[in-house]
Design a protein around this ligand. Structure first.
Ligand SMILES: [Zn+2]
Length: 303
């Protein structure tokens, strides 16, 4: 298990809600697909790091502010030999490399300068580790996880981990027999503490509460669920996923909070948001149990 787990980004969660509850344009749907693909790529790397048997600590999705600059690290691995940071790219298809830049073969459009990006993160993280008082090496890699990715003119640089090099790279890491020291664990603790919650929302389309479809959606497949009985659970007719009613209500309250951070969570707001599929009494009970209630009577809200 990772020392710091990966979570869906707020941008992705908001886009997921908008996909389910509104009609997004083609561009907006592409933006959503791009975010999903990014996460899938990161999860491919997660499966690699989860399989490591050497003594190591994995911190996924770190957002750090180092000397005034925000650095986002997809994955950070601490072994007895030092720190490795990974920038994950889930590109598919043919690309070529020229003058430190990456281009799509078909369109000749530049997509990124992988080494410049990762070297910058590496330099800043080195500074941070030093400032924290540790003397540990930091290596950085851009990892292309998609098996359908081809890079022409790829330079034989260690920092570029192409799909065919992943086995070798992780076998080498797995072969590290030295154990982590107290210092390594302290670095992990410090980095986890320094992690900031992301408040960067890029390319989220405008949305209004009144224009979003209300109702209860399945956490797995996103379809709207209709059949609620007095049972403690509800099963999605589309994908068969079963979820506790309390989990459903909290998930929808959290969704509402994420979409409308300025609004107060009240029983009637969540009732309406859930398409009035569950009774006010039931929703009140659950909100009351999981959140702190503020205010009195009909002005009660939950935080
Ligand atoms: Zn479902």
């Amino acid at each position: 298990m990772a020392y710091k787990e990966r979570e869906k980004s707020s941008s992705l969660l908001i886009m997921e809600s908008l996909m389910n509850r509104s009609n997004l344009s083609k561009d907006e749907r592409n933006r959503y697909a791009y975010l999903v693909k990014g996460l899938e790529g990161e999860q491919i790397l997660d499966r690699r790091t989860e399989m490591l048997e050497c003594d190591c600590l994995v911190l996924n999705d770190l957002l750090l502010k180092i000397n005034g600059t925000v650095v986002q690290i997809d994955s950070l691995l601490i072994t007895a030999n030092g720190i490795c940071i990974y920038e994950v790219k889930n590109y598919e298809g043919k690309y070529f490399y020229e003058a430190e830049k990456l281009y799509k073969l078909l369109t000749k459009r530049e997509v990124m300068s992988p080494l410049i990006q990762i070297n910058r993160s590496q330099t800043l993280l080195r500074q941070l580790v030093e400032q924290l008082g540790f003397n540990v090496s930091v290596n950085a890699f851009v990892v292309f996880v998609n098996q359908q990715f081809t890079l022409y003119q790829a330079p034989p640089q260690e920092e570029l981990l192409l799909p065919t090099l992943l086995n070798e790279h992780f076998a080498r890491i797995n072969g590290i027999s030295a154990r982590l020291t107290k210092n390594h664990r302290r670095i992990a603790e410090e980095l986890k503490l320094l992690h900031m919650e992301s408040s960067i929302f890029t390319d989220i389309p405008n949305y209004e509460s009144e224009k979003l479809k209300r109702g209860i959606t399945c956490s797995q497949c996103g379809v709207f669920m209709d059949d609620f009985t007095r049972s403690w659970t509800c099963t999605c007719k589309c994908c068969g996923h079963e979820e506790l009613i309390s989990g459903i209500v909290i998930r929808h309250a959290e969704e509402y909070k994420r979409l409308f951070p300025d609004q107060k969570i009240t029983t009637s707001v969540i009732c309406k948001w859930c398409g009035n599929k569950l009774s006010a009494k039931r929703i009140w009970n659950i909100l009351h149990h999981y959140y702190q209630s503020k205010g009195k009577g009909r002005w009660t809200y939950f935080e």
